[in-house]
Design a protein around this ligand. Structure first.
Ligand SMILES: Cc1cc2nc3c(=O)[nH]c(=O)nc-3n(C[C@H](O)[C@H](O)[C@H](O)COP(=O)(O)OP(=O)(O)OC[C@H]3O[C@@H](n4cnc5c(N)ncnc54)[C@H](O)[C@@H]3O)c2cc1C
Length: 419
């Protein structure tokens, strides 16, 4: 067991990777008075964090690996109209991740993963409020809930049954029929058979703008950002942590690796293995002055959200398992366009096409905690579909793990769970 120093003396930190998780972590540490430098290979906020669906999904305590999903897999893999796609030539490399994913669908594992997602979600909102105030970004967040909609009665009724578990775990939701759904979202009238409404959920007007506000607050408070800085290796030398990058070598007392899908390689060089894979996701954007929808609406059977954002509707989601560095797959854009043109033919062609990589672990839980090798390096990675929702909680938990007393359940999110 690695010991925590519990010493509150301000230290020199380097945060590697300026996505939403790295930015939230850097700002959290800076707010506590520590010296913090953020190193980013590209421009902060331009990885997966740029293109997400913008939903603070605090209701999402259901892990992806579920017996029901496994039952649907043959259909999901073979249908042209599937929100899921596997790039078969990468199967040999993906197989270990997929086998772990299947193992996570055992009932005891599902219960364990729900419990820990629930711990994270219970604090996600409060942790975000603190950072939104610090970043003067409260106006970017709107709380009008989120709708999961269903296009058949059967799918809606089944979802309502499955949601009983959420209620038992304290998640507020309402089951709405076709008419109640249309009362909330008139544009969906006649297009869906029912929905589940999560009234507590909120969404962001622009995920990139949120990243930029976090960065601005961090720099205003005296934090340093180096862009175009590709980190090659993190190593420990006595009391120091050495970070080698394209701008040279930098020494600090402690490093936090929040490099999204790039974390796996840095971890491996440090001696840590983690089953991190890219769940590639896609988005399209339709410019519009008057919002079509008032809140994020997920078309559950098609695996994507439609989220009203500043000056546009973003249609974001679906999952493609493959290699992070492969170019975007045009067939996945066509899939989203096909479904959208059936639902809202009046929208015409989208103006923006985007693909990005969710950094995902097979149990739907992130790694938040120290390296197996040293308590001088922490990870905040593997948030999959929930990185926006959980970024502020991740920063606060890393801060607590280094400097104070973290909650006991945090141990279950450590990298130690992967052998
Ligand atoms: C289509 C889609 C929809 C989504 N919808 C939602 C949603 O509604 N709600 C939600 O909560 N989540 C959602 N997500 C998930 C969420 O976007 C991700 O979990 C989150 O963005 C991950 O953030 P991150 O900071 O870990 O990674 P990233 O945003 O990818 O940031 C990692 C950063 O590290 C940098 N980096 C990598 N390697 C190095 C290196 N060696 N040196 C220096 N820098 C490096 C990268 O350049 C990048 O900027 C969605 C994702 C997708 C793709």
């Amino acid at each position: 067991m690695r010991s925590h120093n519990n010493d509150t003396t301000p230290r020199r930190h380097i945060v590697i990777g300026g996505g939403i998780v790295g930015l939230a972590t850097a700002l959290t540490l800076r707010l506590e008075g520590h010296e913090v430098t953020l190193l980013e290979r590209d421009t902060p906020g331009h990885g997966a964090s740029l293109g997400n669906a913008g939903t603070f999904a605090t209701y999402a305590i259901t892990p992806l690996a579920q017996p029901a999903l496994l039952r649907q897999t043959p259909h999901l893999l073979t249908s042209r109209d599937s929100p899921f796609h596997l790039r078969w030539r990468h199967l040999p490399r993906l197989l270990p991740w997929l086998l772990r994913f299947v193992a996570e669908a055992r009932p005891a594992r599902v219960r364990h993963n729900i419990e820990h997602l629930n711990h994270l979600m219970a604090r996600a909102d409060a942790d975000w409020q603190r950072l939104l105030v610090a970043a003067d970004a409260e106006s970017l967040m709107t709380r009008r809930g989120c709708l999961y909609t269903y296009q058949t009665h059967a799918a809606w009724e089944q979802a309502a049954q499955e949601h009983e578990m959420l209620g038992q775990n304290g998640i507020d939701y309402r089951v709405l029929n076709e008419h109640q759904t249309a009362d909330l979202e008139p544009a969906l009238a006649g297009k869906v058979k029912g929905s589940i409404w999560y009234p507590e959920a909120s969404h962001v007007a622009d995920p990139l703008m949120l990243c930029e506000r976090l960065r601005r607050a961090f720099e205003t408070l005296g934090g340093t950002v180096h862009t175009s800085c590709d980190v090659e290796q993190v190593s420990v030398h006595g009391a120091d942590v050495m970070v080698s990058s394209s701008i040279g070598q930098t020494v600090c007392d402690h490093a936090v690796i929040t490099a999204g899908i790039g974390t796996r390689q840095l971890a491996r060089k440090l001696g840590d293995q983690m089953p991190l894979e890219a769940e590639r996701g896609y988005h399209l954007e339709y410019p519009m002055d008057t919002p079509l929808l008032q809140r994020p609406c997920c078309i559950a059977e098609h695996g994507f959200y439609m989220t009203p954002m500043a000056g546009r509707l973003r249609v974001a989601g679906t999952v493609e398992l493959g290699r992070a560095s492969d170019p975007a797959n045009p067939a996945r854009y066509r899939y989203l366009e096909r479904v959208m043109s059936k639902l809202f033919p009046e929208l015409g062609a989208p103006a923006t096409y985007w693909m990005g990589c969710r950094p995902s672990l097979p149990d739907t839980l992130p790694i938040i905690g120290a390296s197996k090798r040293t308590c001088k390096v922490h990870y905040g990675v593997g948030h999959g579909h929930l990185g926006l929702t959980l970024a502020a909680a991740t920063g606060a938990l890393i801060q607590a793990d280094i400097y104070s007393k973290p909650p006991e359940w945090l141990a279950a999110l450590s990298i130690d769970r992967f052998r």
